[in-house]
Ligand binder design. Structure first.
Ligand code: GDG
Length: 461
């Protein structure tokens, strides 16, 4: 039988309990492997003085292949190029990007070393699916080693507009890397178009009549494969005892106030300061809400060794403190900001009792929290999703209240309408949201990508 080999920067922890507490990519990849079985290869999460050979572990039908990184590899490949050059550039934050040749060279070297490790165990019929911006050169490195397998790549973050992308000093080489795959997938049609526009303008590429991208000798399938969630799984989590218990405890402290919830990694792409400013504007412009609504902002710690993230944390803490100090009262705290993680079940319980899910990233490949919020609702008494137009999810989900998160005045007005929305409209919007999320769930994402990787087109068996 043909094996599926998944390659991602981090390999999710092995026990089911831990998989249940992992983030977006990990949950999606685990769901992709769980049914068919296969190999999951990537960084173990360990930084060691001298990396040895890759380690094998097996859990159920999945074999894990784990590679350690040295300190300098970790600093250049992960902390440096991935998180301080690619992540900010692809999220349109050129002001936060750092371009260092040494980081870039380490990034390529780590991709080359890891590709070499994998090439050793590949069988000719294996299909290889590489994930995300840490590993853009991985496929071309495999090709250099003579690997002729089908290899696909999926970018979980946005592909930016060409005029932003070309700021990256190594844009051409990285785009050539993206062309070394058989299938290169993006979250949305806009991201795909931006990559194709770049390839046509800068690499002299052209689109074949069947939609393939042809660049020099290379011909590849490019397309949008929007990632989704496991809707039933989130619904089960929202109905679990753990969810109920957590929801009850939170509910009791709210004392009948409406709950607005925000959940994100503490990342500058997520628009958390702008979200707090919008909430502050709501309380100023619509003072009736004072004392009757609470924003719970859960921000999971993320990339804490990167200076831009430390700065963000200080900014968010300052804003939450300011809003509470100026607008709060002894018996009411407008913003409850917590910098910690919760279990996925606890989060599902919080979503279920929240009148509004406030998902307002400044840029996001997709944003799975939006779908999780929708799936966790009670269809009879659903809350309202307020969603940024700059999240990939806005191209997929129908029925959200769409906002521009930079426009804090209008976002505050949208929040006001969402909190006051009549039940009929809430039900009608929720039904549309749920059915659009179901049509783009994680199984659909996996199946569509793997079919494309097998060389099949939509509608073909
Ligand atoms: C990248 C792209 C794309 C959050 N806080 C906690 C927690 N989470 C979970 C959420 C969700 C996941 O983490 C976050 O996924 P997102 O999609 O919202 O965002 P990124 O982490 O930036 O993911 C993104 C995604 O990849 C998949 O392609 O959608 O655009 O940036 O599942 O629930 N999970 C737990 N505790 C927390 O406190 N357990």
């Amino acid at each position: 039988m043909r094996r599926l080999v998944i390659v991602s920067n981090r390999v999710a922890p092995l026990t089911p309990r831990k998989v249940a507490s992992a983030g977006g990519l990990a949950v999606g990849v685990h769901a992709a492997l769980a049914e068919s079985g296969g190999i999951w290869f990537g960084w173990s999460g360990q930084v060691v003085a001298a990396p040895g050979p890759v380690r094998h572990q097996r859990a159920g039908s999945i074999s894990y292949l784990l590679a350690d990184l040295s300190e300098s590899e970790h600093a250049g490949y992960y902390g440096g190029f991935s998180n301080r050059a690619l992540w900010p550039t692809f999220h349109y934050r050129l002001d936060l990007a750092t371009f260092e040749r040494a980081h870039y060279e380490t990034y390529r070297a780590v991709n080359r070393r890891l590709a070499g490790e994998l090439a050793r165990i590949l069988r000719p019929t294996d299909h290889v699916w590489v994930h995300d911006y840490h590993l853009i050169p991985f496929g071309r490195e495999l090709r250099r080693l003579g690997v002729a397998n089908r290899i696909g790549f999926f970018l979980h973050i946005p592909f930016p507009a060409p005029e932003v992308y070309i700021v990256l000093p190594w844009h051409r080489s990285l785009a050539e890397d993206l062309c070394a795959y058989d299938v290169t997938g993006f979250q949305t049609a806009s991201h795909t178009r931006q990559f194709v526009d770049y390839a046509i303008e800068e690499l002299g590429g052209e689109l074949a009549p069947n939609g393939d991208l042809v660049v020099g000798e290379r011909r590849l399938t490019v397309g949008a494969f929007p990632i989704g969630i496991d809707v039933e799984d989130v619904q089960r989590m929202a109905a679990s005892d753990e969810a109920r218990r957590n929801a009850q405890v939170l509910s009791a402290t709210l004392q009948r106030r409406q709950l607005v919830i925000g959940v994100d990694r503490l990342d500058y792409s997520k628009g958390i300061p702008e979200r707090l400013l919008s909430f502050e504007t709501l309380l100023k412009e619509h003072p009736d809400w004072r004392g009757s609504v609470t924003l719970v902002q859960i921000s999971a710690p993320s990339r804490e060794d990167v200076p831009e993230y430390q700065q963000l944390r200080t900014t968010v803490e300052g804003l939450a403190g300011r809003i509470n100090g100026r607008l709060g009262a002894a018996e009411w705290t407008p913003v409850r900001y917590v910098n910690r993680t919760y279990s996925r079940r606890a989060l599902a319980g919080f979503y279920r009792i929240a009148a509004v899910g406030l998902v307002t990233p400044l840029r996001d490949g997709m944003n799975l929290v939006a779908g999780e919020y929708v799936a966790a609702q009670d269809p009879e008494r659903p809350g309202v999703l307020v969603l940024s137009r700059f999240a990939g999810a806005a191209e997929v989900l129908e029925g959200a209240v769409i906002v521009n998160p930079y426009d804090t005045d209008k976002t505050a007005t949208a929040l006001h309408h969402a909190l006051a929305m009549p039940i009929e409209e809430r039900r009608e919007r929720h039904a549309r949201l749920l059915s659009s999320q179901r049509a783009h769930d994680v199984h659909n994402w996996r199946d569509r990508f793997l079919r494309a990787l097998a060389g099949l087109r939509d509608g073909q068996d």
